[in-house]
Write a protein that binds this ligand. Structure first.
Ligand SMILES: Cc1ncc(COP(=O)(O)O)c(C=O)c1O
Length: 358
């Protein structure tokens, strides 16, 4: 049996979720006739305290539609240097919106209003592209599930307002930030013009994301969703899974956070691994090898039934999720130590694990 920590996107629908899916009322959503999609969109809009929301097949699509509705070709957007939108969306900003990306090097994906102000240029100067949009990511995937502090967000939003820039949130894992901090989805969403959220990560729904914002922006979003090929028909079948996940699986994310801490504490006892467990705030554990290439470690672990992604020459990422039990998580550091040819019992002192940040 594989301990699959590649991502929280590997989560499969639970029996109760499958039952909700089986019973879903459906209609043609391109005509606005699908009652389950409509219920999901209304639920998301209410949760995020936005006027409207639009269901889409993926987080990549919600982000790329957001870019398209806020910009014109030739405009500039500003985002963190390892933002999912820039790093993992297939060149979407250039291909689908024709925009330039200006990157800010953050600390684990987080940057400040000061960092933003420093890269702004005079938009009236014809030499420069027009800057239209700033994008933040919360939690930050390549930043190891880092939470973007609300105060930073609010200060960045003020700079955006002063410079007439729109603000978009890639909130694929916003649920994790809310559970970890106790700050509500609506509070986090408030400073943003558009917010993208995903149901198919730790929440465990099979498919889908939503974009939320004003009614006008969401009308535009529906147009580009169609243009990008995301107009689905009896989408209530999958939206039912998303609605179920949203209503039943948010609180349980805390278990993933606790397991991530347990994993990080265990890995930190291994001489050959570099990791600071206190940096693990949610369900993503990023760690580094000192000697062997990350790919080699990932390959050897796979042979022993543990799937972890190598995300750089010396970096690996493990994402806790509800398909992996705490007992299995506790085995992983021992297996890593074994793979690194250490004596697992010697290398691993049993450690008291603190719960993830609340
Ligand atoms: C932060 C972030 N944004 C967006 C996405 C894209 O979601 P999807 O895989 O549904 O396109 C992901 C996927 O892992 C993500 O981690």
């Amino acid at each position: 049996m594989i301990i699959d920590l590649r991502s929280d996107t590997i989560t499969q629908p639970t029996p109760a979720m499958r039952e909700a899916i089986a019973k879903a009322e459906v209609g043609d959503d391109v005509y606005g006739d699908d009652p389950t999609v409509n219920a999901l969109e209304a639920y998301v809009a209410e949760l995020l305290c936005k006027e409207a929301a639009v269901y889409m097949p993926s987080g990549t699509m919600t982000n790329q539609v957001a870019l398209r509705i806020h910009t014109e070709p030739g405009d500039e957007i500003i985002l963190e240097s390892e933002a999912h939108i820039y790093y993992y969306e297939g060149g979407g900003p250039a291909a689908l919106s024709g925009v330039m990306c200006k990157l800010i090097k953050g600390q684990k994906g987080v940057f400040t209003a000061f960092d933003l102000e420093r890269v702004l240029h005079d938009s009236e100067n014809v030499h420069f592209p027009k800057t239209k949009l700033v994008c933040l990511e919360n939690t930050h995937n390549r930043g190891g599930g880092q939470i973007f502090p609300l105060q930073n967000i609010q200060e960045i939003a003020q700079v955006c307002q002063d410079h007439e820039l729109k603000l978009h949130l890639d909130g694929a894992r916003l649920w994790n930030a809310c559970v970890a901090t106790g700050i509500s989805e609506a509070e986090y969403a408030e400073p943003f013009d558009t917010v993208s959220v995903c149901f198919s990560k730790g929440l465990g729904a099979p498919i889908g994301s939503a974009l939320a914002g004003s009614k006008d922006l969401m009308r535009r979003a529906r147009r580009f969703r169609k243009l990008f090929g995301g107009g689905m028909r009896q989408a209530g079948i999958v939206a039912a899974g998303a609605l179920y996940a949203l209503q039943h699986h948010r609180e349980r994310l805390q278990e993933d956070h606790t397991n991530a801490r347990i994993l990080a504490e265990g890995l930190s006892q291994i001489e050959e691994i570099e990791i600071s467990p206190e940096d693990v705030q949610t369900n993503i554990v990023v760690f580094h090898t000192k000697k062997i290439p990350a790919q080699t470690l990932a390959q050897r672990l796979k042979e022993r039934g543990v799937a972890i992604l190598a995300t750089g020459p010396n970096s690996l990422r493990a994402v806790t999720n509800y398909m992996v039990t705490q007992e299995q998580v506790r085995q992983v550091p021992k297996l890593v130590a074994g793979v690194l040819d250490l004596d697992p019992t010697e290398a691993l002192a049993t450690s008291k694990v603190k719960p993830a940040q609340k």
